[in-house]
Ligand binder design. Structure first.
Ligand SMILES: [Zn+2]
Ligand SMILES: [Zn+2]
Length: 120
């Protein structure tokens, strides 16, 4: 299974503030959003390894919802559009990047988007 087919992982992990790191030894991407939220060998949040907008496989593991339900979690639901979001790390310019979670980083399934208003 591909970790990413859209190329976002390739560029994202190098950006300051990104919670994603790349291990050249194993060729795997690792997500570490907090002490509790760590995914070894993650799937791309943008494409899930399926492709942008592809809905062939939906998330069945529920991991992201579990993260969002935890207190003080870097994962939260955007109350305006219903998207699940991931907060990155604060950069040296004081800004913190936020990422929309279109696909589950654990199973690569498309997130349930019943609540989403529109895609950006
Ligand atoms: Zn991707
Ligand atoms: Zn999942």
């Amino acid at each position: 299974m591909n970790a990413c087919v859209c190329g976002a992982l390739l560029t994202d992990h190098a950006n300051e503030g990104s919670p994603i790191t790349y291990d050249a030894g194993t060729g795997k991407y690792r997500l570490e959003a907090s002490l509790d939220i760590v995914v070894e060998d993650m799937r791309c949040l943008m494409c899930g390894g399926q492709g942008i907008g592809v809905r062939d496989r939906m998330c069945a593991c529920g991991t992201v919802e579990r993260w969002a339900a935890a207190e003080d979690s870097p994962v939260y639901r955007n109350e305006h559009n219903g998207l699940l979001m991931l907060k990155g790390r604060e950069r040296s310019d004081g800004l913190t990047p936020h990422y929309a979670i279109w696909y589950c980083p654990v199973c690569g399934g498309r997130m349930d988007e019943a609540a989403y208003v529109d895609e950006v």
